[in-house]
Design a protein around this ligand. Structure first.
Ligand code: FAD
Length: 318
């Protein structure tokens, strides 16, 4: 495919090897199954191809996504190019192993569950919690995804990133301010990591036992099935838990379980989940998020902070 700088109309000379789609419905790529179209949607063939794409389109607005399990794309869609990494950047390797543990490399597009199973298979402990997170390694790094007392960055030895100019470099955990569902580079002025993205991570894990890790994974997945509305499209916990409390408890105490706007509903099974009952628009979901925030604020004087990321235009401008 010829490379074009879409913002200037210039066409480059190299050829990309990935797959470019135009006007791609983002409802196909987000677990909420709602939202508008991306102008362009690119699946790089591999890391070199992604670097080529970045170099060839220096002015293009880029949105990197994994499995879209923490993402709401508004109904007006996304201008620029969505770069989708799942199943394309899929390198997963055991780098070293000794009596005390081992080191695993996983590319950003590898599903978290795959990392958990791979670690267990190699008798490495500490990645079991990743089994239930339905996203990619890249998404888990960006979000510091975690559950049941563990978080992604606790096991990160170093990360590999790609800069906007296509350069690939290693970064150490100490270069980031890491918090609850929050990761920012210390030198970053404000906002999110727009100028660079994760391409992979090295995970340091302790020596464990395959059978014990598999058993732990089984238990954690069973807890999810019992407590989460996995039969309807959702994006996991919508809000972060406020210090010392649970968003789900607060929402339930406000009587909001089952409350709905259009096709979006506060799950009767887990109050911190908003489910798409069939035909929810992104606007329905966002309106319900705002309604829940406002009701909890009014009743409990607590401002719930979104865990899910909302991007895109409310309406398509033609
Ligand atoms: C049923 C369900 C259960 C869930 N349970 C949990 C849970 O227990 N704990 C938890 O923490 N989360 C949970 N989540 C939320 C979600 O799975 C995690 O936040 C996950 O880490 C998102 O990964 P993703 O690949 O889907 O990222 P996406 O949703 O595609 O993207 C999320 C954000 O990360 C950014 N991003 C993605 N890839 C990269 C990259 N390579 N470099 C830089 N930025 C990137 C995106 O730009 C976006 O801002 C759950 C979601 C669902 C649907």
């Amino acid at each position: 495919m010829p490379i074009a700088d879409h913002t200037t109309g210039e066409t480059g000379v190299s050829a990309l090897r990935g797959e470019m789609r135009l006007a791609e419905p983002m409802s196909k790529h987000t677990t909420w199954r709602a939202g508008g179209y991306a102008d362009r949607y690119y699946q790089p063939a591999d890391l070199d191809d992604w670097a080529d794409f970045l170099r060839a389109s220096p002015h293009e607005v880029i949105h990197v996504i994994g499995l879209g399990s923490n993402l709401l794309v508004r109904d007006g869609g996304l201008r620029g190019t969505v770069v989708a990494l799942h199943a394309r950047l899929n390198d997963l390797r055991l780098i070293e192993q000794n009596q005390s543990g081992g080191l695993i490399y996983a590319s950003a597009g590898v599903a978290c569950a795959k990392v958990a199973r791979f670690a267990a298979k190699h008798h490495l402990a500490g990645a079991e919690f990743l089994a239930g997170i339905p996203g990619t390694v890249g998404g888990a790094l960006a979000m510091n995804a975690g559950c049941y007392g563990s978080e992604t960055w606790e096991i990160v030895a170093q990360v590999e990133i790609i800069k906007r100019n296509g350069e690939i470099v290693m970064r150490q955990p100490g270069e980031y301010a890491i918090g609850y569902r929050s990761v920012k580079r210390h030198s970053e002025p404000a906002g999110t990591m727009e100028a660079e993205w994760f391409t992979g991570a090295y995970f340091r894990l302790a020596q464990g036992d395959q059978m014990q890790s598999r058993q732990r994974i089984k238990e954690l997945l069973a807890q999810r099935v019992a407590g989460q509305p996995l039969n309807l499209p959702n994006a996991g916990s919508v809000f972060r838990n406020p210090p010392g409390d649970y968003a789900a408890r607060l929402i339930e105490a406000c009587g909001l379980k089952g409350c709905h706007i259009g096709g979006a509903m506060v799950s009767p099974k887990h109050a911190n989940f908003i489910v798409n009952t069939g035909a929810a628009s992104a606007a329905d979901i966002e309106a319900l998020i705002m309604m829940v925030q406002s009701r909890v604020k009014k009743a409990m004087a607590i401002a719930l902070i979104q865990e899910v990321r909302i991007i895109g235009d409310a309406r398509r401008l033609t």
